[in-house]
Structure formats: structure tokens, C-alpha cells
Design a protein around this ligand. Structure first.
Ligand code: CU
Length: 173
């Protein structure tokens, strides 16, 4: 998979435009204080069998927790990734766990932590949802429904170093 990881580095950077709307994954459960709350879950799949999933996790527990694993019925394999900058080059790498302190919020977003789905059983359709199961050390398994967003054109690829400057109107001249 090393090849894919390199190829995917580009799209992990694009699209800082956070989706409005969406809301949380929607579910029957009301807001229980004593767990992890997931909001704004969304996915992008610029390649037919790979997707990145982003969300915000809020720890409503009075103790620290850790995201230890991820899985999805829609994917053969899922990993927790982070994006790091090395010598001006952005790359992603798997991480074993993501800590989240009591009352803290951790954003999984382009350029940072994200969940990666590999070997999708079928291509994701925009506006549909994909199920991802987050496994926390204390809160246990939390299934989320990520809304599939259009993926951003990969023309950004050339300018790998312009993090944070993803305005759509650039590129004149
Ligand atoms: Cu990744």
C-alpha cells in the first residue's frame, strides 16, 4: 500500500473548505454526556477504492480516552492517519492511537488526523453515506455515518506547500 499512501498525500491536503450543513451523523441516540460525541462526519473519495473520512470528536467523559481503531463494512481495510510535514513536503502516515482529553475536542480534517478507507467494496456516491466504526478505549465502539462529499479536483497537486491557501479562485495567469 505504500504506493497508494504517496499518491494520496495530495488529496489529503486539499479541501479545507469545511462543509456546512451536515450536522452530526444523525442517530437515534440523544446527547449523552458520558461518551464521545461525533459531529460533522464526512468522506471524500477521489479514487474509486479509497476514501478519507473527517469528523470532530468531543469527549464528554470526565476521563481521557483514545481512539484505538477504525473499521468500515464498506472497506476492506481502514486506518487512522495523520498528515505531517517533513522538509516542506506533506505526507500521511498511520498512527496507532489518537488521545482525547476529558472535555476536549479533536478535529479530524484535511491536513491533520483522518481516517483512511482502503479497498472500498464499491465506489462511494456523493450525497450517500458510508458507515465507519470508531473504537475508543473507554467509550467503546461508536458507529458514524459519514456523508460523501464531492472530492476536490487534484489540480492542487502541484503546489503541495500551500497549506491553508485553498481558495477556489486561484490560478489565474
Ligand atoms: Cu491518509
Amino acid at each position: 500500500m505504500r504506493r497508494s499512501v504517496v499518491a494520496l498525500a495530495a488529496f489529503a491536503l486539499v479541501g479545507l473548505l469545511a462543509a456546512c450543513g451536515g450536522g452530526d451523523g444523525g442517530g437515534e441516540a440523544g446527547l449523552e454526556e458520558d461518551t464521545i460525541h461525533i459531529a460533522n462526519a464526512r468522506a471524500r473519495s477521489p479514487m474509486r477504492d479509497v476514501a478519507a473520512v473527517y469528523f470532530t470528536a468531543h469527549n464528554g467523559q470526565e476521563v481521557a480516552d483514545r481512539l484505538l481503531g477504525v473499521s468500515s463494512p464498506a472497506a476492506g481495510r481502514a486506518e487512522i492517519h495523520e498528515t505531517v510535514e517533513e522538509d516542506g513536503v506533506m505526507r500521511m502516515r498511520p498512527v496507532e492511537a489518537v488521545p482525547i482529553g476529558p472535555g476536549e475536542e479533536v478535529r479530524f480534517e484535511p491536513g491533520g488526523y483522518h481516517v483512511m478507507l482502503f479497498d472500498l467494496t464499491e465506489p462511494l456516491e456523493v450525497d450517500s453515506t458510508v458507515t465507519v466504526v470508531l473504537e475508543f478505549e473507554r467509550a467503546g465502539q461508536i458507529p458514524i455515518e459519514a456523508i460523501v462529499e464531492p472530492s476536490v479536483p487534484e489540480e492542487e497537486e502541484e503546489g503541495m506547500d500551500h497549506m491553508g491557501d485553498m481558495a477556489t479562485g486561484e490560478g489565474m495567469g
